[in-house]
Design a protein around this ligand. Structure first.
Ligand code: AMP
Ligand code: MG
Length: 473
């Protein structure tokens, strides 16, 4: 069972504020809990239905052995230094060792104000909790590094955003919630000893193979970040708010806000409606991650010589490109490497998708067995798509049957905005968590066919068109 090991709470006091959760609402009740995430911390799913469960994971009852705290961090938001931010509505309840000896953070989001709340209310709305809950598990299902989600608890209170909305608390699990912004926090206030202490904490706790070698460790952070972004680009995932405080030092996807999986392929997709300049557009993500790594490098400049930092930053682009290329080749089932000829084939397919506004996920999924129905996905450029397909078939002639391998990398189910919205509406309007349960199962095993659930693999119908996703979560 739980073996608390609150290592972050043992760091000096300027890393956090220790405090119990503020207890949002008065009548917490379980909306949904996730057996797969529970297994990560050795929690028995039979606990889900106990009254204590909803109380603990809404902050109404202390977590056994926990040492709750709000973390201090800073960050760059939309390219500008924002100064101190911190856990304004998140609270690290406890850190646990699971039966495999892995350390996991248990963190509430939406349980109330902290000293870092600034002008915020410390709350989270049901809508954004369900989106984060489903998307973290969808990313895990795709094999993309991410924070996980244990449960969503309704608080029973209304939270005021553009309109009044039902409030909720989500419990996140992650090996660590430490962000690039944690390092910036200490660097930009001249506390270089704390930068070193934090780096050594991360290395000793999560990456002991880099013990005593800060430079090699930073190289690993660059690599993990490059590989993470390559996975996002290949999956058609736009994060939406890649501020440095939303970048995980372990290379996890973290802080799900106005994210989106592409329906129609659109490289310039901006999924955050507060992002006026398109700084965080889909096709900007690789360059923005590099920008964020530079901000992290600056924050580590008291620890690692500048030429070493620059050399590590310079590895980013080729690490990203080679991983992205490998992922895209796998999506097409290209095993033998024919260099530029293959690159051209991939680029031309993406180009046709742009022209057709074709559905990114459906087109790749259909590529393992592309018939007439597949060509229809290309609407006005079906003739061109047929020409491409003929060339692709020739190219694949010597590759053997790649269908199975392709279906293991091209998901049938991603968390489309309309699918998340269907789960949210059922919970909010009918108090019905059955669609949420069903969608969770689909996105947790997105490569399986799930016959009978085909409707959830479809592009948005008109009734869900034009969904606006804002930062106000
Ligand atoms: P985010 O955009 O969710 O990554 O949040 C950026 C910063 O604003 C973090 O320091 C959050 O803790 C804080 N924040 C966001 N929403 C709220 C809220 N409703 N109450 C308090 N702090 C918040
Ligand atoms: Mg954040």
């Amino acid at each position: 069972m739980f073996k608390p090991d609150n290592v972050f709470a043992a760091l000096p006091g300027d890393f956090y504020t220790k405090m119990p959760p503020e207890k949002a609402g008065t009548a917490p009740h379980l909306v949904h809990a996730n057996a797969k995430a529970a297994a990560l911390i050795g929690l028995d799913p039979r606990e889900f239905s106990t009254p204590e469960f909803a109380e603990i994971f809404s902050g109404h009852r202390p977590f056994p052995g926990g040492e709750p705290l709000a973390m201090a961090y800073s960050g760059h938001q939309f390219g500008a230094w924002a100064g101190q931010l911190g856990d304004g509505r998140a609270l690290l309840l406890a850190q646990l060792r699971n039966p495999q000896g892995e350390l996991w953070d248990v963190q509430l989001k939406g349980a109330g104000k902290t000293p870092y709340s600034r002008f915020g209310d410390g709350r989270a709305v049901m809508r954004s909790c369900i989106r984060e809950y489903l998307c973290s598990e969808a990313m895990a299902g795709l094999g993309i590094p991410t924070t996980r989600a244990l449960c969503v608890i309704a608080t029973g209170e209304q939270v005021h955003r553009e309109t009044a909305e039902p409030g909720a608390v989500i419990t996140r699990l992650a090996r660590s919630h430490i962000r690039f912004g944690h390092f910036e926090h200490f660097h930009h206030t001249g506390r270089h000893e704390q930068v070193r202490l934090l780096a050594d904490h991360v290395i000793e706790t999560y990456m002991p193979e880099f013990s005593g070698d800060h430079a090699a460790w930073f190289g690993e952070v660059v690599k993990r970040t490059a590989h993470l972004i390559a996975a996002w680009q290949a999956a058609g995932f736009a994060h939406g708010v890649m501020n440095t405080d939303n970048m995980s030092i372990l290379g996890l996807t973290i802080d799900y806000g106005p994210f989106g999986f592409m329906d129609a392929y659109e490289p310039g997709l901006i999924c955050n409606h507060s992002d006026d300049t398109g700084r965080y557009a889909f096709d900007m993500q690789p360059a923005i991650a590099h920008w964020n790594l530079r901000a992290l490098a600056l924050a580590l400049s008291s620890l690692i010589p500048t030429p070493t930092l620059i050399a590590a930053l310079d590895t980013y682009e080729s690490l990203f490109r080679s991983r992205y290329r490998a992922l895209m080749r796998a999506k097409l089932g290209l095993v033998q490497d024919r260099g530029l000829e293959d690159d051209k084939l991939i680029a031309e397919l993406l180009n046709l998708m742009v022209q057709a506004q074709g559905d990114y996920t459906l087109i790749f999924r259909g590529l393992s067995d592309p018939g007439e129905a597949w060509l229809v996905l290309f609407s006005s450029v079906q003739v061109e798509a047929a020409v491409w397909l003929a060339r692709y078939r020739v190219r694949m002639a010597g590759e053997g049957d790649q269908g199975k391998a392709m279906n293991a990398v091209n998901p049938k189910y991603v968390l489309r905005n309309w699918v998340a919205e269907a789960a949210i509406r059922a919970v909010e309007d009918q108090g019905d968590s059955a669609p949420l349960d069903r969608i969770l199962r689909l996105v947790q095993s997105p490569f399986d066919a799930h016959p009978g659930d085909d409707a959830f693999a479809a592009p948005p119908a008109a009734e869900y068109g034009g969904l606006c996703v804002s930062c106000s979560s």
